[in-house]
Write a protein that binds this ligand. Structure first.
Ligand SMILES: C[S@@+](CC[C@H](N)C(=O)[O-])C[C@H]1O[C@@H](n2cnc3c(N)ncnc32)[C@H](O)[C@@H]1O
Length: 280
């Protein structure tokens, strides 16, 4: 592994630049503007006036800015995400992809949906706005991604956002298929990367997949993998990796009071969302 030579590298702009880019994109895209307004106000507003409450399923401003940037530079027309939730990430990715031209498609895998039909109004809006370029696929990612690989093939996707089930085993399975689908020069993004299961999955990747350039904390609680080259892991290979010595939703960093206040509702919400999924 030590003599592995990456073919490409990726430099992430600073956060001020990313936030300014997002503001610029919001002026040009109705979906980006609505997604951004939703995470600021806590409500997505449909053009017909209906509203959908994000509640505890929300992303941070810096995460939207990062997603917008990566959606803009992703090298393939096909992008995917795992976990539709309230569709904030979907709105941003679709809005940015559409600005680049007509040859794009975005697939969101999520079989469950949220309580009280939350997310439905956002989904209706995105279906109307983007037509066939957007599909929500009502399958668990562990099934749906394998089927997509069978149909679309290796290296067919330029951007993959992983924000579905948050167990270690699901995140590793999502990574397994994301890696198979991601083209060289493409991006795999992990939400909730500071939680132990996701952090540990990323630690595994860091030690065992030299073909990824890893940007930890690229935005709040978010890690990016940039695929620098193809790499076939030897069938016997295993490099030891660090396992986070924390449980469940214990976060990596000690939080300032103000950050903790912002994070807490989302943390508890994800926990209940996660619990709901696994009680089925
Ligand atoms: C935190 S939410 C996603 C939030 C979304 N990124 C947004 O911007 O609103 C997680 C979602 O993952 C979905 N989910 C859970 N397990 C899944 C699985 N195995 N495959 C696909 N989606 C899953 C849940 O139904 C839930 O809607």
């Amino acid at each position: 592994m030590s003599d592995f030579k990456p073919a490409l590298s990726f430099v992430l702009p600073d956060q001020t630049t990313l936030l300014a880019e997002l503001d610029g994109l919001a002026v040009r895209s109705d979906a980006v503007a609505r997604g951004l307004a939703a995470i600021k106000s806590g409500f997505f507003t449909h053009p017909d006036g209906r509203t959908d409450e994000l509640g505890d399923v929300s992303l941070f401003h810096s995460q939207l800015a990062l997603l917008a940037h990566l959606a803009h530079i992703a090298p393939q027309g096909l992008s995917i995400e795992i976990g539709f939730g309230m569709g904030s990430s979907t709105a941003i990715i679709l809005g940015v992809r559409a600005l680049k031209g007509p040859d794009f498609q975005h697939l969101a895998f999520d079989p469950y949906g949220l309580p009280d039909n939350r997310g439905t109004i956002v989904q209706n809006y995105l279906e109307t706005e983007f037509g066939d370029a957007f599909k929500r696929i009502y399958k668990r990612s562990e099934i749906g991604l394998a089927q997509l690989f069978d149909n679309a093939g290796a290296g067919s996707v330029g951007l993959i956002f992983i924000d579905g089930s948050h167990t270690f085993e699901n995140v590793i399975v999502d990574f397994f298929w994301a890696d198979a689908l991601c083209c060289v020069g493409g991006y795999i993004i992990f939400d909730d990367a500071d939680y132990p299961a996701i952090e540990t999955a990323i630690n595994y990747i860091e030690k065992n997949r030299p073909n990824y350039q890893i940007h930890r904390s690229a935005a709040v609680n978010t890690t990016i993998l940039f695929k620098t080259a193809d790499y076939e892991i030897p069938w016997y290979a295993f490099a030891p990796f660090e396992v986070a010595e924390r449980k469940d939703w214990d976060k990596k960093t000690s939080l300032s009071l103000s950050t903790a206040c912002v994070l807490w509702p989302r943390t508890s919400g994800l926990n209940s969302c996660h619990h709901k999924v696994f009680c089925r």
